[in-house]
Design a protein around this ligand. Structure first.
Ligand code: NAD
Ligand code: MLT
Length: 311
């Protein structure tokens, strides 16, 4: 019998699709050893971000044909080993685009209007209308780093809100940017000019700690930085220092170099001007259904012997 192991929480719509062609076993919270011991019984593995699919897990998957990641990033899958072992890796490049873009927008607006801090103060019995005077996004300069699917959506919405949008993306042509009413800029220039900076690029060896002390030092002292892309792109110690010293106006992060965020992370010692969310960019009902259906359909097709696109 064809069997699929689902080792992270996946929307039921995806499970229903898999169940059309296979026995589906949902086992969330497995250790690497558990997974190594079980994976040999399965033809397909469906995951989100929680499961680490290491080289050892893949090598233990004697009959494994496909790994489906319900989301964009396949950073938690050893793709080179999968390829070497003839195991296809598929993902859902577009299923959570809107959700991640809207999380970045939510964080920008929350930073501008001190929403979490004002809520906490009011819940604690306060009524502090002076302390939480904010800023408008209207007529401010937004710098988008990475003008792909998510960055473009953020740019479109922010243009509609009356912001001037500039972007740094070495792989986007000036014509394409112009179509989006975005002016291309160098990275340094963007950090110097923008009032808000939002990151939407992948984490690669080239982008690791890209936003370091030097780049943070180029920002306006009122400017705010948002990262809903990947942890590790910002040097978190340098960011904590910049916030404490008032080098920048604020930051909001959804993703971290280490997840869950370490209890002793320097970010936890920042008292003000920082908003942290626990990797919620894709956490909408709509996005979770989209990615589950998208990836489940690809797994189903491969199990039926039909072609699927690879990540
Ligand atoms: P995408 O591939 O459509 O866009 C990425 C863009 O980054 C591309 O245009 C690419 O040219 C550009 N880029 C690559 N290297 C760059 C560099 N060194 N400097 C500047 N730009 C560079 O990807 P996407 O779907 O828009 O996703 C963007 C990021 O968001 C990814 O890291 C993805 O993993 C992450 N993401 C996070 C969440 C979340 O839950 N927080 C959800 C979805 C996606
Ligand atoms: C993704 O890569 O799709 C996002 O980071 C969301 C997730 O981890 O599921």
């Amino acid at each position: 019998m064809t069997k699929v192991l689902v080792s992270d929480p996946i929307d039921q719509a995806g499970i229903d699709i898999l169940a059309q062609v296979a026995q589906v076993d949902q086992r969330v919270g497995l250790s690497e050893d558990d997974l190594k011991a079980m994976i040999g019984d399965y033809d397909a593995l469906m995951i989100r971000s929680g499961t680490q699919v290491t080289a050892d897990v893949i090598k233990a998957g004697g009959r494994l044909r496909i790994i489906g990641r319900a989301g964009v990033g396949v950073d938690n899958v050893d793709v080179p080993t999968a390829t070497q072992q003839g195991v296809l890796v598929v993902n859902s490049p577009e299923g959570n685009t809107i959700a991640a873009a809207e999380q970045a927008l939510a964080l920008m607006l929350s930073l501008s209007r001190h929403v979490p801090q004002a809520h906490a103060s009011t819940m604690a019995g306060g009524w502090d209308r002076k302390k939480y005077v904010g800023n408008e996004l209207y007529k401010k300069v937004l710098g988008v780093v990475g003008l792909g699917k998510i960055g473009s959506h953020v740019a479109r919405v922010c243009n509609a809100m009356g912001m001037e949008v500039i972007a740094y993306d070495p792989f986007i042509s000036a014509d394409r940017a112009q179509q989006m009413q975005v002016r291309l800029s160098s990275l340094e220039n963007l950090f110097e000019q923008a009032d808000y900076i939002t990151l939407h690029l992948p984490r690669t060896p080239d982008t690791e700690n890209l936003v370091n002390e030097e780049l943070l030092g180029k920002m306006k002292s009122t400017a705010r930085l948002v990262n809903c892309a990947r942890g590790g792109i910002i040097d978190e110690s340098a960011l904590a220092d910049a916030l404490k010293a008032g080098v920048i106006g604020g930051a909001a992060l959804d993703v971290y170099a280490q997840e869950p965020l370490a209890t002793d992370s320097p970010l936890r010692s920042v008292q003000e001007r920082l908003i942290l969310t626990p990797h919620l960019g894709a956490s909408t009902t709509e996005a979770q259904e989209n990615v589950a259906v998208d990836v489940a359909e690809q797994i189903r097709d491969v199990l039926l012997g039909l072609p699927a696109r690879s990540a």
